[in-house]
Write a protein that binds this ligand. Sequence first.
Ligand SMILES: [Zn+2]
Ligand SMILES: [Zn+2]
Length: 343
Amino acid sequence: MQGVVYLGESRVEIRDFSQPEPGPGQVVIQSTIAGLCGSDLHKYHSSREWAQSRNGMISGHEPTGVVAAVGPGVEHPQVGDRVCVYHRLGCGHCMDCRSGNAAFCDEGSGAFGRTQDGSHADFMLTDARYCLPLPDDISFEVATQLACTAGTSFAALRKIPAHVGDALVVFGLGPVGLSGLLLGMSMGYRGIGIDTHPYRIELARKVGGGLVIDASRDDPLAAIADITGGQGVGGVLECSGSAVARRQATQVAHRAATVVYVGGGPEPDIAFSSGDIIAKDLTIRGNSVFTIASYYAAIDFLRSHSVPLEGIITHRFKIAEAVEAFALFDSGETGKVVFAWDE
Ligand SMILES: [Zn+2]
Ligand SMILES: [Zn+2]
C-alpha cells in the first residue's frame, strides 16, 4: 500500500508500505476519505531533523473508511462497517480514557500521524476502541471533518447556551470556524463570520449564505454593532488565533453572552478587560478538540439537520498526488483538502 511521509521543509513523499495486520483488539481500516488539516501544515513546515526523527511515520489524523480486517477478540466493529476514527490516543485505562476523553489522558495523549501511523495511506491500523460508528446517511466527507475540525467546532458550540435567533459570531473561517458557522446557523443562530483572507471569505459566502465580514476592509466591531442594533451577540467562537480577534471576541459580546476560545497558535496572549467581563456578565470558555460522547451528539444532530458541511471540501486528491495536495493546501487558496479513494 501507499502512504505519505513528511520529509521536512515543506516536502512530502509517497512510499510503499506493507499492509498492516491487526493484532489482538485491533482493526485495519481501508481508507475512504482522509482530510488534510491545518495542524498537518505545521508538521509539513517542520525541519528535516524532525521529519527524520519520525522514522517514516505516515501522516494524517482525520481517518474514515471501512473495516477491512479485525484482530483476535474484536467483536465491534465488524468487517465491512463504515467508521470514523477518533484521532487522539490515550493509555486506555485512566479515568479520562475510560470516559471517552482520550485527548485528556493522564499519561499524555498521542494522535494518529503524530505518535503512530496515520490516515494518509490506503490502510490504517487502529485499536478497535477508537472506531466510531458511521451511519449510512452521514457521508465520509462529513465524517472526516467530524474526526477533527467539525468535531471540535461542534463541541465548542455546545458550550454556548442556545437562544434561537441570537447572533453568533465566528472569528476565523478555516475548516474549524466555517464548520462552526454552518453548524451554529443550523442550531438557530443568526451567523456572522469574520476573516481577512479573500478565498475564505468567498467560500464562506458561497457555502454558508450567512453574513461574512471582511475584517481587512471593515471594522468588525462597527459592523456587528450595526447588524445587531448596538446590542452585540450572544455567542462567539474565536477560531482565528489572532490577538486582535481574541480581544474583539469579548468586545462584540452582549450581556450574559458566552465566548469560546478555540484557535491556538503562536500569537501572544491578550490581557482581558476584567471590567468588561464583570460588567457584561460574560462566560469565557476554552475548547480543545472533543470527546467521544460529543461525536455521538454531533451524529445525532447531523441526522436531523441538513448542514452543508460537504461544501467546505474544495479539493480531492488521490494518495499518489500527495505532493500536489500538500502544496496546494499550503497555498491558502483552498477550503478543506482531502485524499479520496474510490468507494
Ligand atoms: Zn485535524
Ligand atoms: Zn488514559
